[in-house]
Design a protein around this ligand. Sequence first.
Ligand code: ATP
Ligand code: MG
Length: 375
Amino acid sequence: MDDVIKKGLSIVSELRDHGFEAYIVGGAVRDYHIGRKPKDVDVVTSASPDEIRTLYPHAFQINRQFQTLTVHLQKVAIEVSTLRGGSIEDDLCSRDFTINAMALAMNGDIIDPTGGKTDLENGVIRSFHPEARFKEDPLRMLRAPRFASELGFTVAKGTAEAIKGSCSLLADVAVERVEKELTQLMIGTHRSSGWCLLHETGLYPFIPGVSLSKETVLRMKEISRSPGLLPADGFWAILYLLENRSMKLPLAKEKKKRIRTIVHYVGERQNHSWNETMLYQASLSVATVVEQIRALFGQASVHEEELRQLWSSLPIQTRTELAVTGRDVMAHFQKKGGPWLADTLADIEEAVLLKHIENEKKSIIQWLEERRVES
Ligand code: ATP
Ligand code: MG
């Protein structure tokens, strides 16, 4: 049995020992059935949020509204929630798709009120009462192409029709909820069908914060046919490029920054090949993604191994590796910090990088002295 499932069951067992009903539900049960490794486990229980908190005082609550507490068991995140509706059946019937609406009990029994097992065997994404479910939470519509991309499943006819009829409701969903679904869609094994569904269902112009053009969606569908898999930020960068950098990125600040950096170096690479300075400034991981993007666009690209060699030949790979710090430089000149310090450090960095001086405190200080005499 999968280790993630085992850890989930140990929480189920503990809850039961305290007299509560408890089951593993959702994605983990689905993945377990198709022999896929679950990313995380969801547990539902008859215990109230306060009772869960009493049992797991270190549990972390992400979202008050959903009354979910996350318990960590040796790096596995187990999300424990109170049953919605009066029973496990009611809870399962309130979930997004039949394939995600099965529960695994402690004794190995599967509770499957919506026919999820059959849909899973047939590779079908189906929502139970789709119109009502999508109205309740329009994000579920975006999750259909997301799961199609991850699992290679098709969307049931009635479900696809309901998405077509309700697609504009997606625009009302909070921007923060988009990232996970769109990212999973972009990196899924069957990502080209994910994009195809975004097109066919008419969802693409209504993705909050993103609002893609038809041209971009069709281009993404084509690009995604290639077996070359990029890290998620690479796909976000492609999307950003295809939308002429005019789209908003529904991502946290740090991720946005990284994607803009990747896009910047995709631009630089149109006119320059990688040299020491450009690679140092970009970092090996950015350069690698940039080359993967070039390959996806059918442009000549440098092999990762070649980049790696150039990278390992650099005298320093980050500023922190410089043999002197700002403190050393201030002490040497007996001057307080200021704009001059940043400039001096940048000059030292460049001189070391271009191998004009050794990355050694003595040679750097000597070089600074010579410069002082010259100026
Ligand atoms: P993943 O493998 O990416 O974690 P998952 O199916 O576990 O996929 P989660 O977002 O972790 O997806 O959600 C866990 C479970 O909660 C789902 O399987 C589903 O049963 C339910 N769920 C999640 N989001 C919704 C939603 N918007 N509406 C209804 N049920 C949902
Ligand atoms: Mg999950």
